[in-house]
Design a protein around this ligand. Structure first.
Ligand code: GKR
Ligand code: MG
Length: 438
């Protein structure tokens, strides 16, 4: 290896499937398996850097198409060499997640692909130098990153299919009382001290009641958030905001109650007119840098949810953090169904991003049994993940588990996330995603 240069010899992309329970959101229903792609970059010295990203065919083929630009490139310069993926076509305001589930929006394919390669190259550099990724990113501002309990209304079932059915750890949860039980169990097991409820599933009155019951159970010291993924009209959003004013105080927020920047801005104005200043958060209306000018001018969103997987990588999240700080916005973190490589990458970028002061979202507790890293499932310590004292991300691939999850992917028919179709297959043959539903 020449000083300050590390040639990439190979790019490998592995499509895997992980068991996922029948979780509900305004997008529809989770399939029995969530799909992920695992990326490996191998250096000339045989060191391997890894990343985890959105699953299925499109993300995998977008990565494979870049092979000619990646193999032979310098790992230290890869992110710079590929920056056109982040800044080129698709950086427009059309990129919202209102109608497309995260990971399935062709307009953010470039930033998503770039992010996976940036993460794997940072892991590679970190492993070869012994420096943790958060310190390569400029240095950590925290050693442990807090995550929140992510409650979902769900049908009975623990995920998987046929002979691969998994234990249903939380049972059916379609009432306020069963959500309280679900969250109690998560908080007791993982030590979380923030709660997010995925809403947009049941009548808003039931969801309001669910939040109230959570407040009764956990008290005012436990911040609460609710996220119906744009399922409500402005009127409903304002009504819920009024009803839950007290419950969302003290570090909580109302996330994407309504679709679009204009709808969020109207909701904000109406709430302020009523003396309610609950922050509005978003990972649906605001999903790219191009959305920020309008959102800031209209005061539509006060908490931006970053996610290195679709914002164009870890450095773009740091830029986003600085922009948010400059304009007086807060920063939180979004997640989708994922395994430990993603969780650790999320922790590293959060550790290196100063104004990420909210507990991050994570779906990790929902993937109860599958894992692809050596040592198996990662553990939270009092709801937080500690940055390991190791170079890179600090996790290594377990190749037996990887082979098992690849076989699973080959054996199942799912090739992209389609929650609307799953809803029609299992719950209601006529179901369509209608916005606003209430
Ligand atoms: O997993 O069903 C889900 C969520 O609704 C997910 O798709 C969202 O992207 O968690 C996410 C969110 O905060 O909007
Ligand atoms: Mg959200």
């Amino acid at each position: 290896m020449v000083f300050g240069h590390m040639e990439i010899k190979d790019l490998r992309v592995h499509s895997i499937a992980i068991a996922d329970p029948p979780l509900r959101s305004s997008y529809g229903l989770h399939a029995p398996y969530a799909l992920r792609n695992i990326v490996e970059l191998e250096s000339e010295d045989g060191i391997v850097g890894v990343a985890e990203t959105y699953g299925g065919e499109c993300p995998a083929s977008a990565l494979r198409k870049l092979r000619g630009r990646v193999v032979g490139a310098d790992a230290y310069r890869l992110a710079g060499d590929l920056i056109d993926l982040v800044e080129g076509e698709g950086d427009g305001a059309e990129r919202s997640h209102t109608m497309r589930t995260p990971g399935e929006n062709p307009l953010d394919a470039g930033p998503r692909t770039y992010s996976a390669l940036e993460t794997a190259s940072l892991d590679l550099i970190g492993r070869s130098t012994g420096v943790p990724v958060c310190d390569l990113l400029g240095g950590r501002v925290r050693d442990a990153v807090p995550f929140s309990a992510y409650a979902f209304y769900k049908h009975a079932g623990g995920g998987g299919e046929g002979s691969d059915l998994r234990e249903d750890k939380y049972g059916e949860c379609l009432t306020p009382a069963s959500i309280v039980r679900q969250v109690r169990s998560m908080v007791d097991e993982f030590g979380f001290s923030d709660i997010k409820l995925k809403g947009g599933v049941l009548d808003p009155e039931i969801e309001v009641e669910t939040i109230r019951r959570l407040r009764q159970e956990f008290g005012p010291g436990m911040p609460l958030r609710i996220d119906p993924n744009s399922a409500w009209s402005v009127e409903t959003s304002v009504g819920v905001g009024e009803s839950l004013y007290k419950e969302l105080e003290g570090g909580g927020y109302l996330e994407d109650p309504v679709s679009g920047i204009a709808g969020m801005a109207r909701t904000r104005r109406e709430l302020l007119r009523r003396g309610i200043d609950t922050p509005l958060a978003s990972n649906v209306a605001v999903t790219s840098f191009a959305h920020l000018p309008e959102s800031i001018a209209e005061d539509a969103v006060q908490v931006v949810l970053c996610d290195h997987h679709f914002w164009g990588g870890m450095r773009q999240v740091q830029h986003l953090g600085k922009l948010c700080q400059t304009f007086g916005l807060s920063l939180s973190m979004h997640s989708n169904s994922h395994l430990g490589i993603s969780l650790m990458a999320m922790a590293h970028v959060a550790a290196a991003t100063k104004n990420l002061t909210y507990a991050c979202d994570t779906h990790y507790p929902w993937q109860t049994s599958d894992e692809v890293i050596e040592g198996g499932r990662l553990s939270f310590d009092n709801g937080s993940l500690r940055i390991p004292d190791k170079g890179g991300l600090g996790v290594a691939l377990d190749y037996d588990q990887l082979a098992r999850l690849k076989q699973r992917y080959e054996a199942i028919p799912y090739r992209r996330r389609d929650d609307e179709l799953e809803m029609r297959k299992h719950i209601d043959r006529t179901w369509r995603r209608i916005l606003p539903r209430w």
